[in-house]
Ligand binder design. Structure first.
Ligand code: HEM
Length: 230
């Protein structure tokens, strides 16, 4: 007779969830379970990050910077936590990873639906942010020069910068993982040099938010009249 599931098991759907990994006899080696599940865990984080980005955009379009800040703070908490998943994979010895790699076909995280959706959705916050600035007849430079006067937009800008930096840092930590597991002087299963990942690490969602920081230094710096120390 089938075992009665608890309300917890019914609600979390543990039966299905815990059957989404390879069975023991299907594993190429014991550590393949770690490799497969860590990717699944990452996809679940990505799913939440995508929901929060969507809500943040709606709130910005509706003129609610505070509500958007709260959503981006959630995004940044996940992105602060996510690089840890790579440490959970580093327990696998490179030699064992090659046993796993033979079972991957030509697949790689480049095909991650969650990762690619964030790449797509992340930059879409810039336009509604710029519209919030325009509504106050404010430039990015003025926002930096008078942060207290527009605290809501200033804090929103800082959460967007944190999001951009954290996603770059996620890609950087992944690059370090690749370096430890297969090395960078090699090609991916798609035949692309692993070094090509370095380009992604420098990819910015919000170039204007980074550019204005240099502009602020130039504008402010020019008023320094720097003298050598006595
Ligand atoms: C043994 C560990 C791993 C190795 C050797 C590895 C290797 C690679 C390689 C070579 C690529 C480039 C893909 C290509 O050119 O086809 C890639 C991309 C990617 N992998 Fe991994 N990966 C590992 C673990 C992970 C894990 C645990 C995740 C979970 C999040 C992940 C997510 C990604 C993502 C999102 C990309 C696209 C990265 C970008 O464009 O910056 N990988 N991986």
């Amino acid at each position: 007779m089938e075992r009665q599931l608890s309300d917890y098991e019914k609600y979390i759907r543990t039966e299905e969830l815990l059957h989404l990994q390879k069975n023991e006899d299907q594993l190429a080696c014991e550590d393949e379970l770690t490799f497969q599940m860590i990717h699944q865990i990452a996809e679940l984080h990505f799913k939440l990050v995508i929901q929060y980005i969507g809500i943040a955009r709606k709130e910005m379009e509706a003129g609610n910077p505070h509500a958007a800040i709260r959503q981006l703070q959630r995004v940044n908490m996940h992105l602060k936590h996510l690089p840890e998943v790579f440490n959970l994979v580093k327990v696998i010895d490179p030699i064992d990873y090659h046993t796993i790699r033979l079972a991957l076909g030509r697949g790689s995280g480049q095909d991650s639906p969650g990762f690619n959706r964030i790449l797509q959705e992340g930059p879409t916050l810039l336009e509604p942010f710029e519209r919030l600035l325009q509504a106050r007849n404010l430039t990015l430079l003025e926002l930096h020069q008078k942060p207290q006067e527009h605290d809501d937009l200033y804090r929103l800008m800082r959460e967007m910068i944190q999001f951009d930096e954290s996603f770059q840092s996620f890609r950087y930590h992944h690059l370090q993982l690749v370096k430890r597991m297969i090395g960078l002087e090699t090609n991916s299963l798609k035949g692309i040099p692993a070094q090509a990942l370095q380009k992604g690490v420098r990819h910015e969602f919000y170039p204007p938010l980074w550019k204005v920081i240099s502009e602020l230094t130039d504008v402010t710096g020019s008023s320094y009249n720097v003298q050598p120390l006595p």
